[in-house]
Design a protein around this ligand. Structure first.
Ligand SMILES: Cc1ncc(COP(=O)(O)O)c(C=O)c1O
Length: 482
């Protein structure tokens, strides 16, 4: 049952679970939050979790497990080698994806590392619908380059295009002809395209893109980390798919690829990862990287207890009721904020609600990281932690100039099964307040800038005393204790 009807009012998204374990939250007053933000050097990654009221940084590794997942952990067969849990996990993945061979890894980026080390040589190109930070960093650190061929329409933040993650097939053909098929390491399609707002890819587009790659002998790779949300959108938005089960759609998708990898911190509600490899010879060649970088072949750096939980989590990810809730909560949040005039990425996607920073604060130049600054402001004005997804998350061009991101967004992630509707309403309220006071937000600049993945560990400072002024205005409206 995808949606529950209401009698006296328009329906709201419903939790299809009840809460059995809770974690206490504290809302620090705004002036204390300002102190915490200074201690964190204006990088929300450096905040302590205890100082955050609604943590919407990510959906990664913070999804709520079910009682059955937790119970399964007690049955884990802890062993360095030959764990039964591993064989159960391999069987479950083969059952769902139809791919026999499985390489376990500790998380998604570890799979990206293994795949990149296997395929990428200096000068080779990896074609993607859109990059993900870690997926790109592994390719470029090996001397490869990334071509992003998402359709131009996919980058228009406010639209009604149902599958904004689709690849432009003309660009794909032209890119293969230009680079030469022999110079292309692989085609990577990212389900639920993270950096453009959790936007889905249609089955039809995956089929067409992989058909083209196959005709040129180019290996095809699916990043299935955000597949769960993408499955929901294929079933509910794509012509001819509504009568297919989630399991059937998953198999149709998997059949298109030579390799399917995932972050178990997202797909499966747990923590872990792995890579399914169709070809036996390729699988054996890649095994060495698991033993070298991850762990033995029957755990790959994962806790065996988490593996046992993931086995149950994969099955829950095939349940339409379970996977509908994330996109429905996100849709509610996006639609309400659009009604308040907040520039949101539309249509709503999976993973989180995304705000277009360039429109919310057009006075902040790209070089001063508008999305990063608004993320800071959101913590100051509500204790909400979102994630910057824009220029700050990019790496500089080889000549040292800023690589200005195509889209500049703040992501408010909805970890699966975690937040209630009242928490969602609180977030909507504070974002609306921030939108009405956006002129008070200023820019940021680096005081310490790491060369790789700088957004994780960089240190920043505001370009003026705008955080103090913003907090003073907030306190006027909400009082000293909020
Ligand atoms: C689409 C996508 N691929 C890969 C990854 C990397 O996964 P992990 O964080 O487990 O390394 C992520 C993480 O956010 C992701 O969203």
């Amino acid at each position: 049952m995808p949606e529950i009807k209401f009698y006296h009012r328009p329906a709201v998204p419903m939790e299809m679970h009840k809460v059995k374990i809770v974690q206490r939250l504290e809302l620090l007053p705004a002036k204390q939050r300002l102190e915490k933000m200074k201690e964190a050097n204006f990088n929300t990654f450096a905040l302590h979790n205890k100082d955050i009221f609604v943590d919407m940084l990510t959906d990664s590794g913070v999804n709520a497990m079910s009682d059955e997942m937790q119970a399964a952990m007690l049955c884990a067969d802890d062993a360095y080698a030959g764990s039964e849990t591993f064989y159960r996990m391999n069987d479950k993945l083969t059952d769902i994806f139809g791919i026999k061979h499985f390489l376990p890894a500790h998380q998604g980026r570890a799979c990206e590392h293994i795949i990149a080390v296997h395929f990428v040589k200096p000068g080779k190109t990896v074609i993607m619908n859109y990059h993900f930070t870690t997926a790109k960093a592994h390719v470029t650190s090996l001397g490869g380059k990334v071509e992003e061929l998402v359709s131009d329409a996919g980058l228009i933040t406010a639209s009604d295009l149902p599958f904004k993650g689709d690849m432009d097939l003309d660009k794909l053909r032209a890119c293969i002809e230009k680079e030469g098929a022999e110079n292309i390491a692989y085609l990577r399609m990212e389900a639920g395209t993270n950096l453009i707002g959790g936007q889905p890819v249609s089955y039809a587009n995956m089929k067409a893109a992989t058909d083209i790659a196959r005709a040129y002998g180019i290996p095809t790779v699916l990043d299935a980390s955000l597949l769960q949300d993408n499955l929901y959108f294929i079933k509910t938005r794509e012509e001819g798919m509504k009568d297919k089960s989630i399991r059937e759609i998953t198999r149709m998708i998997a059949d298109l690829y030579d390799l399917v990898y995932f972050s178990g911190r997202k797909f499966g509600f747990g923590r872990g990862g792995g890579c399914m490899v169709r070809d036996e010879k390729m699988f054996h060649e890649m095994e060495d990287y698991v033993t070298m970088y991850e762990g033995f072949l029957t755990y790959g750096g994962m806790s065996v207890k988490e593996m046992e939980a993931l086995i149950v989590g994969f099955e829950e990810s095939m349940d339409f009721d379970v996977i509908s809730q994330g996109p429905q909560f996100i849709r509610h949040c996006v639609n309400e904020l659009v009604k308040c005039g907040v520039p949101m990425v539309t249509p709503s996607g999976g993973l989180g609600a995304h705000i277009n920073a360039r429109e919310l604060a057009p006075h902040i130049p790209d070089e001063e990281y508008p999305a990063g600054a608004i993320t800071v402001a959101m913590y100051l004005c509500g204790g909400i932690r979102g994630m910057e997804r824009g220029t700050l998350s990019e790496e500089r061009n080889p000549d040292g100039t800023e690589h200005i991101a195509a889209v500049e967004m703040i992501r408010l992630a909805f970890p699966r099964r975690v937040f209630t509707l009242s928490q969602t309403e609180y977030v909507i309220d504070r974002v609306k307040w921030l939108h009405d006071h956006a002129h008070l937000i200023g820019g940021l600049r680096f005081t310490h800038e790491p060369a790789t993945l700088r957004f994780f560990t960089g240190k920043l400072e505001p370009t003026s005393d705008w955080p103090e002024k913003l907090v003073a205005e907030y306190v006027k409206d909400f009082g000293e204790d909020q």
